[in-house]
Every structure is written in structure tokens, then in C-alpha cells.
Ligand binder design. Structure first.
Ligand code: C2E
Ligand code: MG
Ligand code: MG
Ligand code: MG
Length: 278
């Protein structure tokens, strides 16, 4: 089996390429040992406040590598982690890691972490977040949890109670990938999200009158309901100009910065602190 996985490692993972069942099984096995073997890590992508131009948050994104160092994209391993249930352990590990390596030591005001519906439905999730915040001494208001609207998630009373318990801790709740599924509007009716992240697919044709009108209407809908708006996937200065014109609160995308390891974020904070003292 080590030999088989060795062969599969040579393949570069393309998320648009369906996995063979062997590869799926290999990833499922890998996920079980990932935390112990140091195969998972978190990277952090800057989120820019449009009005001030400052980085006022970062999104934490999970990375997985195989034993030979080949990277497996989250679009491939997260669904496997959800199917096998490992997501519960990985999800707790992610929040603890974010609290330890960024929130407890860095000056970034808010870090957002993606959570799977399986985590929100599991009993004791809010309590486990409370425990991690307590153990790391991090204020709940510095943690945001992103719920992806594209994913199927029944409007379970358990989920709604979990979200309300998280809000009691001060934790912010963000809606991710808004506009990609059919559930988003129902979620907006039920949950008072702090921030709604508009999916990056809306930027693809924002240089056409139709695309621009569509984006404007989506923004109006979200803004009229009192949520802050973050647009994902801003890649060009033209798109950035449109964001200023539309008075978007926050933007995220390669134009602002790519995801980085914690130590690289920390370097920046240290340099900033030095400049302030000088
Ligand atoms: P997401 O939460 O919507 O995260 C944003 C994704 O868009 C990230 O991909 C990021 O690298 C990418 N991105 C950011 N800016 C740009 C841009 O300007 N252009 C383009 N083309 N892409 C951009 P990534 O890291 O591959 O993650 C994919 C998805 O996997 C995430 O989408 C999220 O749903 C899921 N994911 C990642 N980490 C975790 C995690 O810790 N837990 C859970 N449950 N899901 C996660
Ligand atoms: Mg996200
Ligand atoms: Mg997400
Ligand atoms: Mg997203």
C-alpha cells in the first residue's frame, strides 16, 4: 500500500479531475494521520478594508500534503474529510491552530475559519470553540466562522442553536460563497450574519454591463439587510476600482495578497511594530 500511494503521489492533483477510488482511499487514510504526521497546516490570506486600505482580517485556509510533499487541494480533501467524519477532528485542530499561531501572538484583528455543516451539527461544537478560546486566551470577537452557502445544510434547530451559542461567545458568523447556491437567501432570513462574502464568480463578467448590474443588485440586497459585504477573488486594479465605486466594506483576492504561512504574517506585524516605535 505504501508502494501504491508512492505511485499516486507522483500525480499532480487537478481539482477538475475526478479522483479514482484508490486515490480517494489514500487521501482518507492520509487524513487520519495528518495531524500527528504534520501533514496539515494553515495559511492565511489577507482581507483588506476598502475605505482604510488596511488589512483588518485574514482568512485561514487549510493545506494538506502527502508524505512525499505533493499538495492536495482543499476542494479534493475537504469533501473526503466530511464524508469520513475526520472533519470534526481537523476542524477543532484548525481553530486551535489559528488561535495559537495567529490570534494569540499577532495583531491581526480578526481571523476567519471555514467550518463545515457537519461541525455545526455535531453536539458540543460551540462548547469546543469556547474551550479553545479559553485555553488560548483569545477574545471570541477576534474569531469569525465562515459557513458556506453552497453546501447543503438543513435548517436544523440544532444548527441555529449552535450559531446562537457561538454568537453569545462573541464569535462572528460570516456567510461564504454567497450567490452560488439556492440556500443563501434562506440563510439570510434565518441568521444575522456579520459579514456576507460575495462569491468570486460574480467578478468574472463585472466588466460587462450585465455582469456589473448583477453585482450591484446582489450588493444592494445584502447591504439593505444590514450585513457587511466582502467580495472574494479580486484580482485586478480595475476590479478594485469597482469595489471602491460600490463602497464594498472588505475585499480579498490575489490583488490584495495570496495565502501565506503564519510566520510570514508575523514578520510583517513585527516590522510594523518596529516602524511605529521608531
Ligand atoms: P473559500 O472558503 O471560498 O476560500 C477562498 C478560496 O479562494 C481559497 O482557495 C483561496 O486560495 C482562493 N482565492 C482567494 N483569492 C483568490 C483570487 O483572487 N483568485 C482565485 N482564483 N482564487 C482565490 P483554497 O485555499 O483552495 O480553498 C478552497 C475551499 O476549500 C475554500 O473556499 C473552503 O470552502 C475550503 N476550505 C479551505 N480550508 C478549509 C478549512 O479549514 N475547513 C473547511 N471546512 N473548508 C476549508
Ligand atoms: Mg471561506
Ligand atoms: Mg468556504
Ligand atoms: Mg468563499
Amino acid at each position: 500500500s505504501a508502494k501504491a500511494s508512492g505511485r499516486n503521489c507522483a500525480r499532480l492533483f487537478d481539482p477538475s479531475d475526478p479522483l479514482t477510488s484508490d486515490e480517494s482511499e489514500n487521501i482518507a487514510a492520509l487524513l487520519k494521520i495528518a495531524i500527528d504526521q504534520d501533514l496539515v497546516s494553515m495559511v492565511y490570506q489577507p482581507i483588506c478594508n476598502v475605505a482604510s486600505g488596511r488589512i483588518d482580517a485574514v482568512e485561514a485556509l487549510m493545506r494538506l500534503k502527502m508524505l512525499d510533499g505533493t499538495a492536495v487541494p482543499p476542494s479534493l480533501f475537504i469533501p473526503i474529510a466530511e464524508r469520513t467524519g475526520v472533519i470534526l477532528e481537523l476542524g477543532r485542530w484548525a481553530i486551535r491552530t489559528v488561535c495559537r499561531e495567529i490570534l494569540a501572538v499577532d495583531r491581526v484583528p480578526v481571523v476567519s475559519v471555514n467550518v463545515s455543516p457537519i461541525q455545526l451539527k455535531s453536539p458540543g461544537f460551540a462548547a469546543s470553540v469556547a474551550a479553545i478560546l479559553g485555553e488560548t486566551g483569545v477574545a471570541g470577537a477576534r474569531l469569525a466562522l465562515e459557513i458556506t452557502e453552497g453546501l447543503e445544510m438543513e435548517m436544523h434547530s440544532d444548527v441555529l442553536r449552535c450559531i446562537s451559542d457561538l454568537k453569545t461567545l462573541g464569535v462572528r458568523i460570516w456567510l461564504d460563497d454567497f450567490g452560488t447556491g439556492f440556500a443563501g437567501l434562506s440563510w439570510l432570513r434565518l441568521i444575522d450574519f456579520d459579514t456576507v462574502k460575495i462569491d468570486r464568480s460574480f467578478l468574472h463578467d463585472c466588466d460587462t454591463p450585465r455582469g456589473k448590474a448583477m453585482l450591484r443588485d446582489i450588493i444592494g440586497l445584502v447591504r439593505n439587510r444590514g450585513h457587511k459585504i466582502l467580495v472574494e477573488g479580486v484580482e485586478t486594479e480595475d476590479q478594485m476600482g469597482l469595489m471602491r465605486q460600490f463602497r464594498i466594506d472588505q475585499v480579498q483576492g490575489f490583488h490584495v495578497g495570496r495565502p501565506k504561512l503564519a510566520e510570514n504574517l508575523r514578520l510583517k506585524a513585527a516590522a510594523g511594530a518596529h516602524l511605529t516605535r521608531a
